[in-house]
Write a protein that binds this ligand. Structure first.
Ligand code: UDP
Length: 333
């Protein structure tokens, strides 16, 4: 099969590309390297087994001719190219909205034209300000006002979902929507605010771990390879077409406990520093207090459930960051 991955040089995209290359498929990626990085895919490019099956286009998905060519030659499309991370969205509000809405529309339009099955990655952000758990796909959605640009990411991803479902209903496009919850693993960078690589880097450098707010907010974390297994499973499934699925883990943890765990796992001497949201982001910033997915729907559809627990994921992230970021183990310094 020929697989097109938009945003294929990103953290999740690069793991998805690897999975298909390992299966013997041909993989095409398009990435403008805005938040993705060639370093994520260097090992894949250098791997002799993949050399004649891995094609990289450094370009934006707004390049119509390139997207026509790629969508035309590939069998299925994974759309991951998007503005990601709350910090990135706050710093680049206009560009983020445009990328997420116009970019997804372009992909849907071409997939409809060439009749290609497509998986659109959405985000748990779409649920907005809920405090109950678990969040299920049919839940209502609560956002703050448009004066608070933080919610533009959630709203843009929600609009992507509406658009994808409208293409399914009106044009018969075979589309699947995956609402990804917090995904972690090797190659993820803390540069756009993501908590786990930030905490691990801070711990490995013996710097204070910056816990935002009072640290009682919770998340569940899923290993990137589990997420990739969910995405490939959804793509292969007929019952998933025209449906929205949560993809995430079920082990809920507060950010304070996460910080303590990472300090323990790294053997760090770091302290924990509580940083107010105003200071970390901007005045009146609103965080999501809880974010736990209900995963019955995806389990029923494709039998998916996460296999890697948080401790195991953290050990892999820590080992990766020690080598790749050349951060010494604090116990050895
Ligand atoms: N967070 C934190 N310290 C950091 C970075 C993030 O306490 O240095 C918190 C953040 O406020 C949120 C959680 O960790 O409550 C997860 O943040 P992330 O940006 O990884 O993902 P989000 O769930 O917000 O999309």
């Amino acid at each position: 099969m020929r697989i097109l991955i938009t945003g294929g040089a990103g953290f999740i995209g690069s793991h998805l590309a690897e999975a298909y290359l390992e299966k013997g498929d041909e993989v095409y990626i398009i990435d403008d390297l805005s938040t993705g990085s060639l370093s994520n895919i260097n090992a894949l490019r250098e791997n002799k087994r993949f050399r004649d099956r891995f094609f990289i286009k450094t370009d934006t998905i707004f390049n119509h001719d390139v997207m026509v060519e790629l969508t035309g030659i590939c069998d299925v499309v994974f759309h991951l190219a998007a503005a990601v991370g709350v910090r990135y969205i706050l710093n680049n509000p206009l560009e983020s909205i445009r990328t997420n809405i116009r970019g997804t529309e372009k992909v849907l339009e071409l997939c409809a034209k060439f009749k290609k099955k497509v998986l659109i990655t959405s985000s748990s952000e779409v649920y907005g300000k809920h405090t109950h758990a678990p969040l299920i796909e049919t839940d209502n959605i609560i956002y703050g006002p448009s004066s608070n640009s933080r919610w533009s990411y959630a709203a843009s991803k929600l609009m992507d979902e509406f658009m994808a479902l409208a293409y399914f209903r009106t044009k018969g496009l075979r589309v699947i929507i995956a609402r990804l919850f917090n995904t972690i693993g090797p190659r993820q960078t803390g540069a756009y605010g993501m908590v786990v690589p930030r905490f691990v880097a801070q711990a490995l450098k013996n710097e204070p771990l910056t816990v935002y707010g009072d640290g009682t907010q919770t998340r569940t974390f899923t290993y990137v390879k589990d997420v990739v297994r969910a995405m490939t499973g959804l793509m292969e499934s007929d019952v998933a077409v025209g449906e929205v699925f949560n993809v995430g883990g079920t082990e809920e943890i507060t950010m304070l406990d996460l910080a303590k765990k990472i300090i323990r796992e790294t053997g760090s001497d770091s302290d924990i520093e509580l940083v107010s949201y105003d200071e970390a982001f901007e005045k009146n910033f609103e965080d999501m207090q809880r974010r736990v997915p209900g995963i019955k729907k995806i389990k029923r559809a494709i039998g998916f459930q996460p296999e890697t627990d948080l401790d195991a994921i953290l050990r892999r992230v820590i080992a990766y960051m020690k080598i790749n970021h050349k951060i010494a183990n604090p116990k050895q310094t």
